[in-house]
Design a protein around this ligand. Structure first.
Ligand code: SAH
Ligand code: DHB
Ligand code: MG
Length: 217
């Protein structure tokens, strides 16, 4: 057994992205339109989108709760991993991001499967019922992740899946000298994840790092 992992440098990451599922025309157009309209370019990477979609498909997920919609890139990608009666309930603070997402969801093949809830997720998540989600994807403000983790553990059914973006904090997570708000928030989040006894998880180093966890049955 190999003890060492293969170091993945930029060139190898580029190779992984190239050889993973191709982005389709709709998601590419959405990404380009979002950049033109001044939305921040912080959507998940296409290879992460493929990963999320395949995880949901493999788990036969039907109901997914997302925190942090932005332009709807990840919501549409995840909806494609769900059956026809599947549902993504996605939460977005910024009305401009939500309006952009709703417009693109409507013109996508996934219209009818995605609902955008506008407002601070801290206020909008409590209305969702305990155990109602097969999966939860966290991708909003990083200082909120610990609170969103508490909601996720309440919302997930036994055996449900927790996913969270940016757990490498741009590479700062393991750098003891890094004290950015994001680095501190992600370290607090990962400590809270490890302290959650009913959750098993790994970090998948795609994009800026994707936490993948399963709530105990
Ligand atoms: N998941 C998206 C990217 C999300 S970017 C994708 O891959 O396409 C983070 C988003 O979280 C931003 O649109 C931001 O406005 C939103 N956000 C930040 N704080 C929030 C909060 N408290 N509640 C809901 N959304 C929030
Ligand atoms: C930010 C948020 C994200 O979800 C991300 O992937 C990158 C950056 C941010 O708020 O800066
Ligand atoms: Mg993110």
């Amino acid at each position: 057994m190999s003890k060492a992992s293969t170091p993945v440098d930029h060139a190898l990451f580029e190779f992984i992205a190239r050889t993973t599922i191709q982005e389709d025309d709709l998601l590419r157009s959405l990404r380009e339109a979002a950049a033109r309209e001044g939305l921040p370019e912080i959507h998940i990477a296409p290879e992460q989108a493929a990963f999320l979609q395949l995880i949901l498909r493999a788990a036969n997920a039907r109901t997914v709760i997302e925190v942090g919609t932005l332009g709807g890139y990840s919501a549409i990608a995840m909806a494609r991993g769900l059956p026809a009666n599947g549902r993504v309930i996605t939460h977005e603070l910024d009305p401009k991001h939500a309006a952009f997402a709703e417009q693109w969801i409507e013109r996508s093949d996934q219209r009818g499967k995605i609902e955008v809830r506008v407002g601070n997720a801290v206020q909008t998540l409590p209305s969702l019922a305990d155990g109602s989600a097969d999966a939860v994807f966290l991708d909003a403000d990083k200082p909120g992740y610990v609170t969103y983790l508490q909601h996720a553990m309440r919302l997930l059914r036994p055996g449900g899946i927790l996913l969270a973006d940016n757990v490498l904090a741009d590479g700062e997570v393991s750098d003891p000298k890094a004290t950015s708000t994001t680095a501190l928030a992600i370290r607090r989040f990962l400590a809270a994840v490890q302290a959650t006894v009913s959750l098993r998880s790994v970090i998948v180093p795609l994009g800026d790092g994707c936490l993948f966890g399963v709530k105990d049955e």
